[in-house]
Ligand binder design. Structure first.
Ligand SMILES: *Cc1c(COP(=O)(O)O)cnc(C)c1O
Length: 385
């Protein structure tokens, strides 16, 4: 059976061009970039090229890029790195719909005695800017709001929030892991001080990523050792991974207009056909301010994990916003904060498209979805059908 992958917000296949770029760095050019001999110099050169590639793609300077192991570490570095160790209780503002890499880091900082405000979102998943602004205090050191949400795809008004942060003398970080490669990401246009990127979400290898840190933004390292990355992130660099990440960034930038137009076309076709052919369905997230590759639907009288499993049997890989444990159904923290009617909360599917998906695959998905929903509703005691 042909398998169809539509879970690109979870991870993406590595582009063959990226793999080609990486391969020599496992074998002939395996050097440690800190070594002074020719092997080391090759690695150092590869590192420098990748740094330029990543910087250029987001309008940054190479020296503003710190390579990390991915989005999670970048988020940790931004939040834990900006809070001084020694000068009392600090305050961070974030949103209720952030990725666990931000939320759990905030929980850790709270356990260390710092304070965090979690700003709510409206029913479309857009951060409440008025509430955000009034929550700024004298000891606020950072506002961290994600560029685009990984579950419902809502794009936040980052420029506006960054402006508020700047006006109040507070640093601003954005998790751009989902937005890079799908919408334009430029650090000056967004007005951000720090920005997280992950390689494996943009057809690069897993285990690589970066934190952009604007010149003049003082953060402290969270990993100590041999002073790699100018002391900001010690540890022998993952050269093949970083080379692949640099190549993936360049490819994503080159293909951005074409890829996002194609994905958006498939997205909109999928949404309109589902609404035309299936009753009791809602679209989660903002109707227009959303990622071109994200479709998050909720179906009444159908449970998320059952739909996921039935689609998987038909070779289609998607994800759901509710996890079915033995007794209780727990909806994701993102869906729960959108104020969705209870009836719709547990029947959600996230379909995240990628550059290799086709309109024929959308046709097949719509067909399978119709059958699946009919089947589940026929078994549901609530549906009355
Ligand atoms: C996937 C993801 C991360 C984590 O990135 P990793 O590279 O897997 O650590 C962080 N934030 C968002 C929004 C993500 O989608």
């Amino acid at each position: 059976m042909k398998r169809i992958y539509m879970d690109h917000s979870a991870t993406t296949p590595t582009d063959p061009q990226v793999v080609d770029a990486m391969l020599p760095y496992f074998t002939e050019m395996f050097g440690n970039s800190s070594s002074l001999h020719s092997f080391g110099r090759e690695a150092a050169e590869a590192l420098s090229t990748a740094r330029q590639q990543v910087a250029e793609c987001i309008g940054a300077l190479p020296e503003e890029i710190i390579f990390t192991s991915g989005g999670t570490e970048s988020d940790n570095m931004a939040l834990r790195g900006i809070v001084p160790y020694d000068s009392g209780k600090k305050h961070i503002i974030t949103s209720v719909i952030e990725h666990p890499a931000v939320l759990n880091t905030c929980a850790f900082l709270e356990s260390m005695g710092h304070e965090v405000t979690y700003v709510p979102v409206n029913t479309d998943g857009v951060v409440d800017i008025d509430k955000l602004e009034v929550s700024i205090r004298d000891n606020t050191v950072l506002i961290s709001i994600m560029h685009a949400n990984n579950e419902v795809g809502t794009i936040q008004p980052i420029r506006e929030i960054a402006g508020i942060a700047k006006k109040n003398g507070v640093y601003f970080h954005t998790d751009a892991v989902q937005s890079v490669g799908k919408i334009p990401v430029n650090v000056d246009e967004l007005g951000v001080d720090m920005l997280s990127i992950s390689s494996h979400k943009i057809h690069g290898p897993k285990g690589a990523g970066a934190l952009y840190v604007r010149k003049g933004t003082v953060i402290r390292p969270i990993v100590f050792g041999g002073n790699h990355e100018k002391g900001m992130r010690s540890g022998t660099e993952n050269i093949p991974g970083i080379v692949g990440f640099g190549r993936a960034m360049t490819l994503a930038k080159q293909r951005l207009d074409e890829d996002s137009a194609r994905m958006q076309q498939m997205r909109d076709s999928l949404i309109s056909r589902v609404f035309d052919s299936i009753s009791h369905v809602r679209l989660n997230g903002h109707p227009t301010q959303r990622l071109p590759n994200n479709v998050n639907l909720s179906f009444k009288y159908a449970e998320g994990e059952s739909m996921l499993m039935l689609l998987d049997i038909k070779g289609i890989a998607v994800s759901t916003g509710s996890a079915c444990s033995s007794k209780s159904l727990k909806a994701s923290h993102v869906l729960s904060s959108l104020n969705i009617e209870d009836d719709y909360l547990h029947g959600s599917l996230r379909i995240s498209l990628g550059r290799e998906n086709t309109m024929e695959e959308i046709d097949y998905l719509v067909e399978v979805l119709q059958e699946t929903i009919l089947k589940l509703r026929a078994m549901s005691p609530l549906s009355g059908q």
